[in-house]
Write a protein that binds this ligand. Structure first.
Ligand code: BGC
Length: 765
C-alpha cells in the first residue's frame, strides 16, 4: 500500500533540513544538505510522481517549436495539479508563473514546485547584441554583464531557467543558428561560455536574481551537413573531442546547472539517444551533476531518425542515454512508467534523472519559496531600466568590428554638414533586436537613423531614404520570411540624397529573421537589390560608410571593393543606433574582432582558420603555376576577413616576441611588445596561437590558445606575457584520452589569425 503524507509534514521535513544548513554557511555542507533533502523527497515519491518530474510542457500561447499533440489546456492543468509535470517553458511574467506554480504547489500531493524555463538568449526585455556579436567583443565581461542583466530581468518576471548559452561551435555561415553561437573557435567559445554561465547563475543559484543556465546543444549541432538546420552530423571523434566538446566542458566546469541535448544525429546515434556523450562523458568523465533536458520534441524525433521503432522505444532509448527531462515530446509522459513497470528500464535510471531535476530546484531555492521569482513589484522595477540600456549600449559598442577604413574616413567629425542615411535596415527599429528577442517590445530598438540624429542634434542635416526593399509581410520568429520583389522605386530618392550629402551611411545585410533557428541559407551573399543600390550610390558619392547588420558571416567581396569604410554591427540590440553612432563619431574607438571567418564566396563554407595543412598546401612561390595544390580554381582559400580580424582608429605594432621554456617542465612563457603607434587611445587584442609541427594525430595549422585585451594611450608601449602549459599543447585521442606529446611547436602572436609573428620551440612535458 502506498504511504500518504500530508503536504504539511513533507514541507516541514524539507524546511527543517534547509534551516539546519543555512547556519553553516558552507558551500559543501549546503550541497550535502541539498542532497539529503533530495533523497528524503525522492523516498516519498510514487512512480507516477517521479515520471512527472521528467515531463516538461510548453505554455500553448507561445510556441517555440511544432505544436504539441495534446496541447489541451484543461488536461494539462490537471496533469500539473496531479503532480505529473516537472517543468514548463514559455510561461512568463510574475503573474502567469505564479498561477501556474499555484497549480502545482497548492494542489499536487507533494507540492513540488515547477521549474520555468525560457529562451533568454541575448536579453529578456532589454536586448543585447546577438551572441555572435557579443563574442566579437572578445571580452568576457561583455558576455557576463549581459547575461547577468538578462537574468535579473528574467528572474523578476517569474523565470528560473534560461535555455542559454548555446556553445555549439559553428563554422558554416549557411547555418542560421550561427548567430546564437560564439563562432568558429573552441577557445574563444569556451571563454564566452564560462562568462555567460557566470552571468546567469551568479555565485549562488538561490540568489533572488540568479537563474539556471543551460549549455546547448549537446552535441555537434553546429556541424549539420551543408549548414542545413536539423540535418545529420557525421564528424570524426577528433572533431567531436577537440572542437565540439571543449566549450561544453568549460560550461560544465563553470558549474552550469543544466544541459540541453540536440536535434541532430551524431555519427549514427542521435544526440538525444546518445549514451556515450551524455552518460560516459558528461555525467561520467566530467562529473556533471545537473540535469539534461531534451530539445523540443527531440525524444519523439528518435522515430524520424530511424533510431526508435515507436514512442515507447524512444522513451527507453532516451532515458537509458541520460536524457533526464522531456521537452514537449510527450514520450516520457505516456511511456516511461510502463517501461519501468515492465522492467524495460531500471527504475534507478529514473531516480537518477529525478534526483538531478529536484537538486536544481532545491539549488534555486524553490522549495524554500516557490513564488520567490513571482514578484510583480520587482518585475515593474527591474525591466528595461536606464542602467540596463546603458549596459546594452556599451556591449554593442564593444561588439562592433571595424572591417575597413580607407583614408581614415572614420571616425567622422561631428562638424560634417550633411549625411544621407540609406537602407531599409538603417530605418528599422526592429531588426537590431535580433532573432531570439524574448519579451522585447516590437520596434523598440534605436534605429541607426535615430542614433545618428541623436548624436548630431540639429547642427547637421541628416536625411533618410530606405532605398532598397528587403522583406515584406510578417516578420516573427516562426514565419517564413518573404523577400520583397524590389521594383527599385526607392532607388531614386536614395541616390538623390546621397548626391547632395557630404557623407553616406548605408546599412546593408540581413533582417534579423534571416538567421536563427530554421533559417539556414544556401547562399550567404546579400539578398535583394542591396548591392546594386550600393554600386549606384558609389557613383554619386564616394564617402560611403557601410554598416553591416547580420547574424552570420556574409560573402561580400564587392562591398569590400566599393566602400571605403565598413563597420560590422551584427544585430546589436536595444541601443543599436546609439552604439553604432558612438563608434562612427569616435566616442568609442572600435575594439571588436571577428569570431568567424568571412568568405569571398559561399562555396568556401564551412570556412575556419584552424584547418589542417593537407598534403598539398599551396606553396608560397609556385614557380610552375600548377594546379596540383589544395585550392579552388575560382576563389581564394583564405577568408575575405579572417578570424580575429578587426581594425581600430589607432594603429598597433608588435615587436620582440620572446618564447621561453621555463624551468617548470612543459611551461612556456610568451611575451611580446605592443606599441600604440597611432594618434588615439585604443584597445588591442593580443592573440596567441600554436601549431604542433608533428603529432600522432595531425593538428591544425594554428590554434588559438590565449588572448588578452590591452588599452594603450597614443605612443604608449607595454609588454604582455602569457603562460602556456600542457593543457594548451595536447589533444584528445580517439579514446577520449587527453595526451601531450613532446616536440616542436610554433608559437604565434599577433592581432588576427593571419597577422602573426612566430617562433619555434622544442617543448618537453
Ligand atoms: C531550440 C532550443 C530551444 C527550444 C525551446 C528548440 O527548437 O532548438 O534551442 O531552447 O526550442 O524554445
Amino acid at each position: 500500500m502506498k504511504k500518504h503524507f500530508s503536504i504539511y509534514s513533507i514541507i516541514l521535513i524539507l524546511f527543517m533540513t534547509s534551516f539546519s544548513c543555512q547556519s553553516s554557511g558552507d558551500q559543501e555542507k549546503k550541497e550535502s544538505s541539498i542532497d539529503a533533502r533530495v533523497d528524503s523527497l525522492l523516498a516519498l515519491m510514487t512512480l507516477e510522481e517521479k515520471v512527472g518530474q521528467t515531463v516538461m510542457y510548453t505554455s500553448t500561447w507561445e510556441l517555440t517549436g511544432p505544436a504539441p499533440a495534446n496541447g489541451n489546456n484543461a488536461y494539462r492543468a490537471q496533469q500539473i495539479r496531479n503532480g505529473r509535470v516537472g517543468g514548463m517553458l514559455n510561461v512568463i511574467g510574475a503573474k502567469g508563473t505564479r498561477s501556474a506554480q499555484q497549480l502545482a504547489v497548492e494542489n499536487s500531493r507533494l507540492g513540488i514546485p515547477l521549474i520555468f524555463g525560457y529562451d533568454v538568449i541575448h536579453g529578456y526585455k532589454t536586448m543585447f547584441p546577438i551572441p555572435l556579436g557579443q563574442a566579437a567583443s572578445w571580452n568576457a565581461e561583455v558576455a557576463r554583464i549581459g547575461s547577468e542583466i538578462s537574468a535579473i530581468e528574467a528572474a523578476s518576471s517569474g523565470l528560473h531557467w534560461t535555455f542559454a548559452p548555446m556553445v555549439d561551435i559553428c563554422r558554416d555561415g549557411r547555418f542560421g543558428r550561427i548567430m546564437e553561437s560564439a563562432g568558429e573557435d573552441p577557445f574563444l567559445t569556451s571563454v564566452m561560455a564560462k562568462a555567460w554561465v557566470n552571468g546567469y547563475q551568479g555565485d549562488d543559484l538561490s540568489d533572488q536574481y540568479s537563474i539556471a543556465a543551460c549549455a546547448k546543444h549537446f552535441a555537434g549541432y553546429g556541424f549539420v551537413e551543408a549548414g542545413r538546420d536539423y540535418n545529420t552530423v557525421d564528424i570524426s571523434p577528433n572533431t567531436l573531442y577537440n572542437t565540439v566538446l571543449p566549450p561544453f566542458k568549460a560550461a560544465s566546469d563553470a558549474g552550469v546547472a543544466t544541459f540541453m541535448n540536440a536535434f541532430n544525429d551524431l555519427n549514427g546515434v542521435p544526440a538525444t539517444g546518445n549514451a556515450h556523450i551524455q552518460r560516459d562523458i558528461l555525467k561520467g568523465e566530467w562529473g556533471f551533476e545537473g540535469f539534461v533536458v531534451s530539445d523540443w520534441g527531440s525524444i519523439g524525433e528518435l522515430l524520424n531518425h530511424g533510431f526508435a521503432e515507436d514512442s515507447a522505444h524512444a522513451a527507453q532509448l532516451a532515458m537509458r542515454a541520460g536524457s533526464d527531462m522531456d521537452m514537449e515530446s510527450e514520450v516520457y509522459e505516456y511511456h516511461l512508467q510502463k517501461a519501468i513497470e515492465e522492467g524495460k528500464i531500471n527504475e534507478k535510471l529514473l531516480d537518477d534523472a529525478v534526483r538531478r531535476i529536484l537538486k536544481v530546484k532545491f539549488q534555486l531555492g524553490l522549495f524554500d519559496d516557490p513564488y520567490k521569482y513571482c514578484n510583480e513589484v520587482l518585475e515593474k522595477k527591474n525591466l528595461l531600466t536606464v542602467e540596463n540600456l546603458e549596459a546594452s549600449r556599451d556591449a554593442a559598442r564593444k561588439s562592433t568590428v571595424l572591417l575597413k577604413n580607407e583614408k581614415n574616413l572614420l571616425p567622422l567629425s561631428k562638424d560634417v554638414n550633411s549625411i544621407a542615411v540609406i537602407g531599409e535596415l538603417a530605418g528599422s527599429k526592429d531588426v537590431p533586436l535580433g532573432n531570439w528577442r524574448a519579451q522585447a517590445n516590437k520596434n523598440s530598438a534605436v534605429s541607426l537613423y535615430e542614433g545618428i540624429k541623436n548624436a548630431l542634434g540639429d547642427r547637421t542635416s541628416v536625411e533618410f531614404a530606405a532605398g532598397y526593399q528587403l522583406i515584406e509581410g510578417n516578420r516573427t520568429i516562426f514565419d517564413t520570411l518573404n523577400f520583397a520583389e524590389d521594383d527599385g522605386s526607392g532607388f531614386k530618392e536614395a541616390i538623390r540624397i546621397a548626391k547632395r550629402s557630404e557623407v553616406v551611411i548605408m546599412a546593408i545585410g540581413e533582417d534579423c529573421f534571416q538567421s536563427g533557428e530554421g533559417r539556414s541559407q544556401a547562399d550567404i551573399t546579400l539578398k535583394g537589390r542591396q548591392l546594386e543600390l550600393l554600386e549606384k550610390i558609389a557613383q554619386v558619392n564616394s564617402n560611403i560608410i557601410v554598416v553591416l547588420m547580420n547574424g552570420r558571416p556574409l560573402a561580400i567581396p564587392e562591398v569590400h571593393q566599393i566602400a571605403p569604410a565598413i563597420l560590422e554591427s551584427w544585430h546589436a540590440g536595444s541601443e543599436a543606433g546609439n552604439a553604432i553612432a558612438d563608434v562612427i563619431f569616435g566616442e568609442y574607438n572600435p575594439s571588436g574582432k571577428l569570431p568567424v571567418s568571412f568568405p569571398y564566396v559561399t562555396g568556401q563554407e564551412p570556412l575556419h582558420y584552424d584547418r589542417k595543412s593537407t598534403g598539398r598546401m599551396v606553396p608560397e612561390n609556385d614557380q610552375y603555376d600548377m594546379v596540383f595544390w589544395s585550392h579552388y580554381e575560382d576563389a581564394p582559400n583564405e577568408a575575405l576577413y579572417p578570424f580575429g580580424f578587426g581594425l581600430s582608429y589607432t594603429s598597433f605594432e608588435f615587436n620582440n616576441l620572446e618564447v621561453i621554456a621555463s624551468e617548470n617542465p612543459g611551461k612556456i612563457t610568451v611575451s611580446v611588445g605592443l606599441k600604440n603607434t597611432g594618434d588615439l587611445e585604443g584597445t588591442e587584442t593580443i592573440q596567441v596561437y600554436i601549431r604542433d609541427i608533428a603529432a600522432s594525430i595531425t593538428q591544425p595549422i594554428k590554434k588559438l590558445v590565449d588572448f588578452k585585451q590591452i588599452r594603450l594611450l597614443s605612443g604608449q608601449e607595454d609588454r604582455i606575457s602569457f603562460t602556456l602549459d600542457s593543457s594548451d599543447f595536447g589533444f584528445y585521442n580517439p579514446q577520449y584520452q587527453y595526451i601531450v606529446e613532446d616536440g616542436k611547436f610554433e608559437i604565434m602572436v599577433g592581432n588576427h589569425s593571419n597577422n602573426l609573428i612566430s617562433q619555434t620551440v622544442e617543448v618537453k612535458f
